[in-house]
Ligand binder design. Structure first.
Ligand code: PAF
Length: 284
């Protein structure tokens, strides 16, 4: 596995490697969810590249960038074990040179859900992902279903900017009790870890009701919210039942719906979702 920092070195190394090329972009502190993306890329591509860059522009002013967990040594070891060919760890100066002033912004889709709660977040995500795509020029790029809106926004950007890149979405990986894997789980302390399963429980409440025939999106939203409110350590930020592509609120749930939520457990903000895709549940 080659680990590179400069862009010219990355380009030179990639030029020697066979196609198709798969890219797994990450912010590091890797868990089994990230590794499942690498594993899927390994099965589908001749060359697998991963990037590790904690992107400052997707953190809001009240989100602690400096506290974001990091473990470069451990991450490189995990990527090596998973069969990654190339890891790019660009510097902040490489990604955001002095006088940087060009941004990529997906407009409407980023006004909903996470975008409404975290203004500017997706502008940071799409800008950095566009730069990673330009640097690596992959044939396929791998993202987790856990960040469902990120997936929708990146797919929109790829369409709008005509990137010749296929976006592959991999299922959410979960802990034994249903908690979606996330680097932020490292922040959960004591009872918060147990309480954090409330997101999974709330999503399951909506899924069970749907399976019993409930089709009113409002009723399903209320069911999720009631489950969240019953957990004393949790503070709901939003629950949503929306169309998975447009992210617009649904009135009635038929074959396609994204059930999603953001919840504070203590000071840790967690998100999770279940996708109803053509009448089939994708829950991870
Ligand atoms: O999902 C993430 O880890 C980040 O948002 C990404 C896609 C690596 C961009 O910084």
């Amino acid at each position: 596995m080659q680990t590179l920092t400069s862009l010219p070195d990355l380009r030179a190394a990639l030029a020697q490697l066979p196609k198709p090329l798969g890219l797994v972009p990450t912010m590091g502190y890797l868990h089994a969810g990230h590794l499942s993306l690498v594993n899927t890329a390994r099965q589908q591509c001749e060359t697998v590249a991963a990037t590790i860059f904690v992107n400052p522009t997707q953190f809001g002013p009240n989100e602690d960038l400096s506290a974001y967990p990091r473990d470069m040594e451990g991450d490189l070891e995990k990527l090596r074990n998973e069969g990654t060919d190339i890891v790019w760890t660009p510097t902040k100066e490489e990604m955001y040179p002095a006088n940087f002033q060009t941004w990529v912004n997906v407009e409407e889709l980023t006004t909903y859900l996470e975008g409404a709660m975290r203004p500017g977040h997706f502008r940071g995500v799409t800008t950095v992902v566009a730069k990673l795509f330009n640097a690596v020029r992959p044939d396929k790029a791998y993202f987790g279903q856990k960040d469902a809106q990120q997936v929708a926004v990146i797919k929109q950007m790829v369409r709008d900017l005509s990137y010749p890149i296929e976006i592959i979405v991999c299922p959410t990986m979960r802990e034994f009790d249903g908690l979606a894997m996330s680097s932020r789980n490292a922040y959960l302390k004591g009872d918060e870890r147990r309480a954090a399963t409330v997101l999974y429980r709330a999503l399951n409440a909506a899924k069970s009701a749907y399976k019993s025939g409930e089709r009113s999106a409002n009723t399903l939203r209320h069911l999720m919210a009631d489950t969240l409110r019953a957990e004393p350590f949790a503070k709901m930020q939003y629950v949503s039942c929306a169309h998975p592509l447009t992210l617009k609120d649904l009135d009635w749930v038929e074959q396609d719906a994204l059930f999603s939520m953001a919840v504070y457990v203590g000071r840790t903000r967690l998100i999770d979702n279940f996708l109803l895709d053509g009448g089939k549940w994708v829950t991870g």
